[in-house]
Design a protein around this ligand. Structure first.
Ligand code: BDR
Ligand code: CA
Length: 358
């Protein structure tokens, strides 16, 4: 009898351990695909995700060229991962240039059709600089390429992997190009990029991530990935950080808010020099959606296309006219948010003290 009671007791403890902890049942397999700058939105998005180990099984971070060359972006990310005591998460370097776009194309585009507001890696120096503090992180990028890592992960976990893609979509397009059978095996793609109904931010027509690699964006938008959720300029234009927000975050004084202060105070948008400056936090909205989507207040399903014709609207997103059957990829387009609510989530995750050292 006593043995039976003890067996029931042990079984109940096991049940509680599995279901109360929630990890065994609900952790979402996630790959974080980024083109990070020093801190700003990509790295802040990573910090947000790393604060939720109970929600995410972060399989790896994959880096793509965009804001910076991929190898430079990797150093910035490894630094943040080290500060967050997550040097155990593997980081892989992926595409080091877009599928078709190039420095030379960007030069010709500017010559013929006017200024491009930001050209990211096309304007970056070749030499790789250390992150803030002058030391490269101890953890090094894995030798395996990000594209192979993505392929393996999707293949080994069919229907289970969500990809958060917050840079140009080159890595994802390369996966689909090499392995067209894998599209339907991705659970969901949540991405920052594009501008369905609003003007662009680097040209009058195009948003940066889509402009940097329009052919990749078009291939991914039109792919058979079952769920594509877009955080384009339509929604991110409504999330604007002011000096008041900046001060609230910097007041926390952690190694993470120090990089934040350095990057956004001294760098872009330069809050220290210009207290009236404002900044967008684009990628953070896409990361926030995976944590708590309820801050989104308006969205719609649309059929989208990306302009891949080399001309003034290269990389622009557009909704094909009604009745034009067969063109466009079905995308969930996020349109508006409750920004004060989102800011509370963002601030909390960015300003928390660092996890203790082991
Ligand atoms: C996008 O461009 C990048 O510089 C940002 O990180 C964001 O992903 C906004 O257009
Ligand atoms: Ca980005």
């Amino acid at each position: 009898m006593t043995a039976r009671i003890s067996l029931i007791f042990t079984a109940s403890l096991l049940f509680l351990a599995i279901f109360n902890d929630g990890r065994a049942e609900t952790r979402q397999k996630l790959i974080f695909d980024t083109d990070t700058a020093i801190f700003n939105d990509d790295a802040a998005a990573l910090v947000m995700i790393l604060r939720h180990p109970e929600k995410f099984d972060l399989l790896g971070v994959t880096v793509v060229a965009g804001n910076h060359p991929a190898k430079q972006g990797a150093e910035y990310m490894l630094h943040v991962m080290e500060l967050m005591k997550r040097g155990d998460i593997p980081l892989y370097i992926g595409a080091q240039s877009p599928l078709v776009n190039s420095v030379e194309r960007a030069r010709r585009q500017e010559e013929q059709w006017g200024n491009i507001g930001f050209k990211g890696a096309f304007d970056s120096p070749e030499e790789i600089r250390p992150p803030l503090g002058g030391q490269f992180a101890k953890t090094r990028p894995r030798k395996e390429n990000a594209i192979s890592f993505l392929i393996e992960s999707i293949e080994n976990n069919p229907g289970e992997v969500t990809i958060l893609a917050i840079g140009p979509l080159t890595n994802i397009a390369m996966v689909l190009n090499l392995r067209p059978d894998l599209g339907p095996k991705i659970k969901s793609l949540v991405f920052m990029g594009g501008n369905a109904k609003v003007p662009g931010n680097v040209t009058p027509y195009a948003e940066f991530n889509f402009w940097f690699d329009p052919e990749a964006a078009q291939a991914v938008i039109k792919s058979d990935i079952p769920e594509k959720i877009m955080f384009g300029l339509d929604i991110t234009n409504h999330a604007i950080l002011t000096r008041r927000h900046f001060d609230e975050i910097v007041a926390a004084k952690t190694p993470i808010t120090e990089i934040f202060a350095h990057d956004m105070g001294d760098g872009w948008p330069g809050f220290y020099e210009n207290p009236k400056a404002t900044a967008y936090i684009w990628d953070c909205l896409a990361a926030g959606y995976l944590i708590d989507p309820s801050f989104v207040t308006a969205s719609e399903i649309a059929n989208l296309e990306v302009n891949t014709v080399f001309g003034p609207s290269y990389g622009g997103t557009f909704i094909p006219p009604e009745g034009s059957e067969g063109i466009g990829g079905k995308v969930g387009v996020m349109l508006n948010l409750d920004f004060p609510r989102f800011f509370e989530i963002y601030k909390d995750l960015i300003t928390r003290p660092l996890p203790p050292s082991n």
